[in-house]
Structures are given as C-alpha cells and as structure tokens.
Design a protein around this ligand. Structure first.
Ligand code: ADP
Ligand code: MG
Length: 392
C-alpha cells in the first residue's frame, strides 16, 4: 500500500520537475546565445555603432519569414547598445501587430520615451509631432524598433513611416533612427518609394533555419528549460523535423517543445516523448489557425463564414453570392467581387482556404475555393466577435 502511494507521489514529483526554467521557452525570452546569426548580429551592430558617438545611424530594414530570429537579434543588439551608451541611447520597441492601431503604436512609443500624451483624442499628425518635439527638446538619441511593421502599413497607409523615416533630417539636436522588421518578404513592394529609399538605407535578410540548425537551437534551449534527461534526443530531432518541414521556423520549434513539455507534465510522464510532441503539434496548429482567424478584419471573417457554408468547396460566383448575403445581414459595406478575390488570395496565403484554378473548357477558368478550417474553430471565433454573432 505504502509503496503504491509513494509511487504515485513520486511520479507526480518527477512530472513537476520536468521543467527547470519554464521562462526559457516563453515567447519573450531572448537567449543569451543566438547561434547561426553571428553575421546578422554583427551587421546590425555595425549599422548602429555610430549612435555611440552621437551620429544618427542609418535606418535599417530586417526581413525574413516568421521564426528566423529577427526579433531576437534586433532586441539583443539594441539592448546591448543601450547598455554600452550608459542609458544615453533610448531604444523603444513596439510590435505593431500586437499593439494594434496606429494611435496605440504612437502612444506606446511616446510612453517608452517618457513623453506624455493623452490616451485618446489627438490626431495622428499631432501625436507624431509631439513625439518629435519631445525627442528634440531632450536632444534624445533614439533607435526605435518597429516590429511586424507591415501591420502598420497594410492597415492604414505609410504616412507615419514616411514621417518617421524622414525624422532624422528634421530632428537636431538628438536623432531618431528606425529599425523596421517585417515577416513579409513582399512587404517592400507596397511601400512608397520615398519611404523605401529611406527605411531601406540598410537591409538585411534573415534566411530560414535548416533542420540541423533548428536541432541545435532546440537542444541548447531545452538544456536551459528542462531538467537533464527530461527531453531525449529523439524528441529534439522530431521537433526540429516538424518545425523545419515547411520553412525553418524557430518560433514554431520552440512553441512545440514548450507545449510538448506541458503535455508530458500534465500526464505525469518522466520524459517528453514523441507522443507528447505529436499531441503538441496538433494543438499548436489549431492555435495558429484560431489566432490567424481571430485577428482578421471583419470583412475577411465574413468571407470565411461564407466559404464555410460550402463544405465541399464552391466556385467564386457562389461564394460571392453567399458573402453578399452575410455582409448585408451584418450591416457592413458589401465589397466588390474584385476586392473579395483579393481577400481570398490573402486567406489562401495564410493557409485558411485553398483556392485552385479549374478550367471550364471553352468558358474559361474559375477558382474552386475550399475552406481549410473546421466548423468548430470557425464557430468559436465567430462567437468571440460581437458583429458576427448577429449574423449567426
Ligand atoms: P522572428 O522575429 O524572425 O519571427 P524570433 O526572433 O521571434 O523570430 O525567434 C523565434 C523564436 O526562436 C524565439 O523564441 C527565439 O528566441 C528563437 N530563436 C530564433 N533564432 C534563434 C537562434 N539563432 N538561436 C536561438 N534561439 C533562436
Ligand atoms: Mg518577430
């Protein structure tokens, strides 16, 4: 009897002890070492170095796919720059996708620079000019990191970017340099040429990691995060292979490992085995889709809802009709078929729908649209959106 009880508790204790530093797998954690990025780190550092003798560094554009280390590299280098300057260089950091609106992006920058602005009520132009005046009146030296900058540009326009990239010419004393980061490789194409020539004074591309590189990144990280022996090498290998299968995405790799660890912990296992990893992979994929869905603009969600009415796929005409009905019901503007086609192409890129071109013989070609999300996920997202609730 005693042995049996002890065995259960022993298992629970071991299960608990799987992690030794859980934070090391959180999205905010920046590892001390960033292997395979020495070239990018030194290039970013070279570009920023003039800041240490009060010269304005060139603006810098970093781009590459998700999980290629852009955020980690940029944050690590600006952190060191701020330290080396003994705090005389300020390095505000804003992820424009996470903060959401143009206004919030600007007020977040102001807050990090210690410039007071009201929470609402100012025009965008006024906010920008208060930030510039604030920097100028303090003669501040600022290297601003705008992460996932494409959200700022797509959702509105590139006016603020224009203002910011040109700021260097208007501010004296002090300076404002910009590091823009984009996960979108075609980001540059949509930019105003003036913004591009200024923002892209220096450019750096982050290539995807190879599976072998992911493997090495993962084993380093797992050694910090987990107790020794908690993660067998086979698990690391599979994790790297799963994350590397689409493109070498270190974020996906680290997420998978964290979720697999949580699965193992919940099940009271002594090790994170391959079965945990497979379960984690399903969950991460579901979460990814839900996250992608929930951050879409209302019109895109309505198009998804319309597409979900055709379980076995629809052609563009049918889909447009269904969309029109739903859009009317929810009281939003009904977009033209052309706009809807444009949005469908974006949804295809996000992997939420699949559009295939089919030939109709002499009557030309059409697209067959198939939804790639299960009904339950769609319903869950729709329930979380007040305007869509009415439609349902
Ligand atoms: P991106 O901004 O390009 O999407 P991140 O910098 O956020 O990618 O990196 C994603 C995850 O992978 C983070 O947890 C980060 O710490 C980790 N990571 C990325 N590159 C490396 C690397 N070279 N070494 C160790 N960890 C890395
Ligand atoms: Mg990033």
């Amino acid at each position: 009897m005693k042995d049996q009880i002890d065995e259960i508790f022993q298992r629970a204790k071991e299960g608990k002890a799987l992690f030794q530093d859980r934070k090391a797998l959180s999205p905010e954690y920046i590892p001390e070492n960033l292997p395979f990025r020495t070239k990018q780190i030194s290039e970013v550092a070279e570009v920023l170095a003039p800041a240490l003798h009060q010269s304005k560094p060139s603006n810098l554009l970093l781009y590459g796919k998700t999980g290629t280390g852009k955020t980690a590299v940029a944050r690590r280098v600006v952190q060191r720059l701020a330290e080396q300057s003994n705090g005389t260089i300020q390095t505000p950091y804003v992820n424009t996708r996470i903060v959401g609106t143009e206004y919030r992006t600007l007020s977040e920058i102001a807050a990090q620079l210690g410039i007071e602005v009201p929470f609402t009520g100012l025009s965008i132009g006024e906010l920008v000019s208060r930030i510039f005046k604030g920097i100028q009146s303090k003669g501040a030296n600022v290297v601003l990191v705008l992460d996932e900058i494409d959200y700022l540009v797509n959702a509105y326009n590139d006016d603020i970017l224009y203002e910011f990239t040109r700021a260097g010419e208007r501010i004296t004393p002090g300076f404002l340099s910009l590091i823009g980061i984009s996960n979108n490789l075609t980001f540059k194409e949509g930019l105003d040429p003036r913004v591009l020539s200024s923002l892209g004074e220096e450019e750096l591309v982050f290539p995807p990691y190879t599976t072998e590189e992911l493997r090495s990144i993962l084993s380093e990280r797992s050694a910090v995060a987990f107790r020794p022996d908690a993660v067998p090498e086979t698990t690391i290998n599979l994790c790297a292979a799963l994350a590397g299968s689409e493109h070498g995405d270190a974020r996906r790799a680290v997420d998978l490992l964290r979720v697999a660890g949580e699965v193992a912990e919940r099940e009271g296992l002594p090790q994170v085995d391959e079965a945990c990893l497979r379960k984690a992979s399903d969950k991460v994929e579901r979460d990814r889709i839900q996250e992608a869905l929930s951050t879409l603009p209302l019109q895109n969600k309505i198009i998804i809802l319309a597409a979900s009415k055709f379980a076995s796929g629809s052609n563009t005409g049918e889909l447009y009709l269904a969309y029109t009905n739903l859009a009317r019901k929810s009281g939003v503007e009904v977009l033209t078929q052309r706009r809807v086609s444009g949005i469908l192409a974006e949804l295809d890129l996000l992997g939420l729908i699949e559009a295939t071109v089919v030939s109709k013989g002499r009557r030309g070609r059409t697209k067959r649209i198939k939804i790639l999300i299960d009904d339950e996920t769609i319903a869950r997202v729709a329930r979380g959106d007040a305007q869509l609730l009415d439609v349902l």
